[in-house]
Design a protein around this ligand. Structure first.
Ligand code: NAD
Length: 525
């Protein structure tokens, strides 16, 4: 958390290990003037970078990828120490996905940045050839959350850089060291330091970055902050991508594999101590399997090893901060007060430290409960029964959010048919979350879960402006539609429209005859 070091001096952020409370480092916050100057520095350097070949930019990404691969354990340990997630999980859900995203950019940047011909069918324009050019925006601002403090900003940064942008990143105030680690890896890879900057600070630093002369903002965080970011950006028509919260439903149909689905539910709800945007925030199970499913989940949750994630066997680490713990507590207690059945957890694990919450299983929840409507973001698996596919779809769509969903079934076509009816940016069949690890798969939400996409080709598309270049192949000819209008011109143009668009052949032919002379007008100005 940021603290005023002393009156009149720059604020600082003290980074903590959420498992132990240990202070890891104290970093000075960037002042508003420093943030604006940083953006200016990036702006000045960016045209040089845009002028380099795609191969040169890819070379930097290759070296970055190699550095990260070689130093993966150190990076994973740092993620564990500052964000709390088990180091093994950091390797799989942060380092691996960044290596894969780098590979995607390395393999696809040339193709993506190639000019794209735009064939057209208008014969009046046949002497024109058009193509699309993808140009970088300039300086991309990135504001990142703490829950995937490495992979989220890294994936966005790699896409921005390979397409020729400069980047200014404001990491979460809870994970500034991981933001700095990304910077270190990029600099070791040979990136010009003027092209990537980390500005450390709390929310106001993000607000200053948003107000600074950046060309686009890629924001990831809560829906509440995202709304404020969207409003501010709208005032100056700054393009934004908003990757916001979720309330992802898991639907277990009556033909699902119970053993696999219950393991999936436990991992999906508890990994990263439940602090994952793509996750299992709500679980709906067909009534015919409801009690056996609950029993399997209860038994599997009882086996989870909770503790400081630096231990290689730990599966569930601490939560990031007290405010997040309180949110979980309030929602769980509210659900119990409204009739939910507590089958596991439901309390803090104070014997482990001040930030641990026990993996929690709740049955008989209803969509009216806060736990089923608000983002929980903690190690909680709330389960409710349903009786028909129709009801499952209605319950799943009964949410302001629409980030992702999962459907568990032994029948693929049944699952696909249901997926088409779910209002979410991603629907997975028989798995959840893991598509975040497919670099080609776009990531983003419907409804309050956001605007725009990151990852894959759609993510690269967010980093560029598309320009249409039109080349006239008959530069010595004045165009027949230019000035010099007359009754004759009007008749010829009418005939030409019939020739182009009339469905009846006789009208088409008469139109062709009437339009003769249109392209040889002598009276154009
Ligand atoms: P948050 O909204 O509190 O903060 C996110 C970032 O915004 C932080 O860096 C913060 O300092 C900054 N910020 C705060 N106020 C700001 C302001 N007024 N202007 C500009 N920036 C400001 O979110 P969080 O607690 O860090 O992250 C958790 C949330 O992020 C959850 O809701 C989660 O679902 C969401 N999330 C979404 C995705 C996704 O891809 N959709 C991924 C990860 C996390």
């Amino acid at each position: 958390m940021a603290t005023e070091a002393k009156i009149g001096a720059a604020a600082t952020i003290v980074s903590h290990n959420p498992a132990t409370g240990e202070a890891l480092a104290e970093l000075p916050c960037a002042t508003p003037e420093e943030i604006v100057a940083t953006v200016q520095r990036a702006r000045e350097a960016q045209p040089r970078w845009q002028g380099t070949s795609v191969s040169q930019r890819i070379d930097v990404l290759r070296r970055f990828q190699e550095q990260l691969r070689a130093q993966r354990d150190d990076v994973a340990r740092l993620i564990c120490r500052e964000a709390g997630k088990p180091a093994a999980e950091a390797l799989a859900t942060e380092v691996l996905v960044v290596l894969d995203a780098a590979e995607f950019c390395i393999r696809n940047a040339h193709r993506f940045l190639r000019n794209i011909p735009v064939p057209h069918g208008n014969i009046a324009m046949k002497a024109k050839r058009g193509h699309l050019v993808r140009e970088p925006y300039g300086v991309i601002g990135i504001i990142a959350p703490w829950n995937y403090p490495f992979s989220i900003p890294a994936i966005e940064t790699l896409g921005a850089l390979v397409t020729g942008n400069a980047v200014v990143l404001k990491p979460s105030e809870f994970t500034p060291l991981i933001g700095k680690e990304l910077e270190r890896l990029l600099l070791v890879a040979g990136l010009d330091p003027a092209l990537f900057h980390v500005v450390v600070g709390e929310g106001p630093a993000g607000a200053t970055l948003l107000d600074s002369p950046i060309d686009k903002m890629i924001f990831t965080g809560s829906a509440a902050t995202g709304r404020r970011v969207g409003e501010t950006a709208a005032r100056r028509l700054l393009p934004v991508v908003l990757e916001l919260g979720g309330k992802d439903p898991m639907i277990v149909l009556d033909d699902a594999n119970l053993e696999v689905a219950s393991s999936g539910a436990v991992w999906g709800a508890m990994m990263n101590a439940g602090q994952t945007c793509l996750s299992v925030e709500r679980c709906y199970v067909h009534r015919s399997m409801y009690e056996p499913f609950l029993e399997k989940c209860r038994a599997k949750i009882a086996k989870l090893r909770v503790g400081n994630g630096i231990g290689s066997e730990v599966e569930v680490g601490p939560m990031i901060h007290e405010r997040q713990l309180r949110t979980v507590e309030v929602q769980v207690n509210d659900a119990i007060a409204h009739g939910a059945r507590l089958l596991a957890g439901g309390k803090r694990l104070t014997e482990l430290g001040s930030s641990f919450y026990a993996p929690t299983l709740l049955a008989d929840v209803t969509n009216g409960m806060r736990l089923m409507q608000e983002e929980t973001f903690g190690p909680v698996l709330p389960v409710a029964p349903f009786d028909s596919d129709e009801e499952a779809v209605r319950l799943a769509n009964d949410s302001d959010f629409g980030l992702a969903a999962s459907i568990w079934t032994g029948n693929r076509s049944r699952g696909e048919a249901m997926a088409a009816r779910i209002k979410a940016g991603t629907v997975m069949l028989n798995d959840m979350i893991s598509c975040f690890g497919i670099a080609e798969a776009p990531h983003g939400g419907f409804k309050q879960s956001g605007i725009g996409r990151t990852h894959g080709e759609l993510g690269l598309q967010e980093m560029v402006q598309t320009k249409y270049i039109d080349i006239d192949l008959a530069p010595s000819i004045r165009k027949p539609w230019w000035f010099g209008y007359s009754r004759q011109y009007q008749e010829q143009m009418g005939g030409f429209l019939d020739f182009l668009f009339a469905r009846k052949l006789s009208v088409k032919l008469r139109g062709a005859l009437r339009s003769i002379g249109l392209f040889r007008r002598s009276n154009s100005v």
